[in-house]
Each structure stands twice: as structure tokens, then as C-alpha cells.
Write a protein that binds this ligand. Structure first.
Ligand SMILES: [Zn+2]
Length: 262
């Protein structure tokens, strides 16, 4: 039986048997509590998303590892809140950086759908899940029944479709994760921001329903005369904090692009 530990008060220190979260100190409306750096394995570990270029965080992760050996650093995607510290952390621990996007790799091989990465006794199976960004990956940890989701699924709220992502891809990725969570009997989602989700299928169904609902709202707003992303955000995201409206505009642009291609 795999243990799932969710601390009260935030994601820092949350864990499953072979995955442990060290929260980076970069909280914001977009990054929630901050970026989750995941340490996977036992004596040999893989570090997923070193986080932003923040020396105190990188030192904390390294100190936390003690004598454990970092075999590889993996990136769920290239956005700076996940990848910014990768180069520095790679120097600190002497490990390569693997990512889908060649621009974010360092000394190592690539990383793509279907790859299996080993960390000592445990495996991470790579799922290509484009949408939030073109280069988003998820990592399935079969020993713990856990899926690391990066920014494809967050621990709270919903993710945005970034300029380098796309909604059609994102919807396909959510469906794929939903099917995987069911067939693999997943017990936890370990997100890139926010707390661990102990009900993968419930969380994914919620995400899929939310996307459909937003698309319906955007269709309705258009029928009522809203045209530009800004006009649509005012109507559809009226309940969302205004500081997120700029990001919401990017998401709306992605949704308009999707609707126009249907
Ligand atoms: Zn992020």
C-alpha cells in the first residue's frame, strides 16, 4: 500500500512513497504557493523541475538530498518558474537536464513520450501532454500510482493555455490523462503548483468539465456581441481576480482560435 502524505498548510513536504515535494519560494497568483520541485527515487534520485533561478531554493534542495545521488534532472516544461534554476542546479549536483525542448537540455539526451527514466528502483514513464505549453510532459510513477502533472493539472484552480500552447492539444491531453488515470488506477496527481490531488479521476473530470463550460461561456459571450479577447474576458472571467485578466486574455485567445477552427 502506497502512502500519501499531504501536510496541512501547503504543499511543501507532501509526498508519496518515492516522491517528495520541496516548494520553491516564488508564490504568485500564477504559481499559487510556488513551484513544486519533486524529488523521485531512493538512494538514487531524479529531480523534476528544479524551479526558478533562486539560489536559496536550489541550495535547500541539494542540502535536503544529503548523500543521495542525482542521476538526472527532468523538466515538465520550459517555463522559467520550472526551468530557470535547472542549469545552476545541474552544476551543483553534476547531473544532466532532460526536457522535450532542446533549448532546455543540458548535456543529456532528449525526453519524449514513451521514454522510461529510472531513478534507482523506481521508474518514471513519460507522457507527452502538450497544451499548457507545446513542450509539456507528465511523468507516471507506477510504484506509487502517482502522475506528476507539471502545469497540465494544478493542485488548485485551473491552468492557463500559454502563448506557446494550444487548446485542441490541451483537451486531447486531458482526455489522455483521464484514460491513463483510469486504466492505471492512479491514486494521486502530483502537480507543478499547489497541493497533491488524491482523486485523479475526479480532478481530471473537473478540469474537462471546466474547459467545456468556459468554451460554452465564450460562445455565448460572442453571440451577445463580445468580439476581442478583452471584451470576452470582461464577461466570462468577471468572477476571476482582475490581476489574472491579462493571463485570461491569452487563454481566451487560445479558445477563440480553437472555436474558429472547429
Ligand atoms: Zn508553472
Amino acid at each position: 500500500m502506497s502512502g500519501l502524505y499531504i501536510p496541512i498548510g501547503g504543499p511543501d513536504g507532501s509526498r508519496t512513497d518515492h516522491a517528495e515535494n520541496l516548494l520553491a519560494p516564488n508564490p504568485s497568483l500564477m504559481t499559487l504557493d510556488g513551484t513544486n520541485t519533486w524529488v523521485i527515487g531512493g538512494e538514487d534520485v531524479v529531480v523534476v523541475d528544479p524551479g526558478p533561478d533562486d539560489e536559496s531554493h536550489l541550495q535547500r534542495v541539494r542540502d535536503h538530498l544529503g548523500e543521495r545521488h542525482v542521476t538526472e534532472i527532468l523538466l515538465t516544461h520550459g517555463h522559467l518558474d520550472h526551468s530557470g534554476g535547472a542549469k545552476r542546479f545541474a552544476e551543483m549536483v553534476g547531473a544532466p537536464v532532460r526536457a522535450l525542448d532542446p533549448r532546455h537540455r543540458l548535456g543529456g539526451e532528449g525526453l519524449a513520450d514513451g521514454d522510461v527514466v529510472t531513478a534507482g528502483d523506481v521508474e518514471l514513464h513519460v507522457y507527452g501532454t502538450p497544451g499548457h505549453s507545446f513542450d509539456s510532459l507528465c511523468f507516471w510513477l507506477p510504484q506509487d500510482g502517482a502522475m506528476l502533472t507539471g502545469d497540465t493539472v494544478l493542485g488548485r484552480g485551473t491552468t492557463i493555455i500559454a502563448r506557446d500552447g494550444g487548446l485542441a492539444d490541451y483537451l486531447r491531453s486531458l482526455d489522455r490523462l483521464r484514460a491513463a488515470a483510469e486504466s492505471l488506477a492512479a491514486r494521486a496527481l502530483l502537480p507543478g503548483h499547489g497541493p497533491v490531488l488524491p482523486d485523479p479521476i475526479g480532478a481530471l473530470d473537473g478540469y474537462i468539465a471546466h474547459r467545456r463550460e468556459r468554451l460554452d461561456q465564450i460562445r455565448a459571450a460572442r453571440e451577445q456581441g463580445a468580439r476581442t479577447p478583452r471584451e470576452i474576458v470582461r464577461v466570462v472571467y468577471a468572477d476571476v481576480d482582475r490581476s489574472l485578466w491579462a493571463a485570461a486574455e491569452i487563454s481566451v485567445a487560445a479558445q477563440l482560435d480553437y472555436l474558429d477552427r472547429l
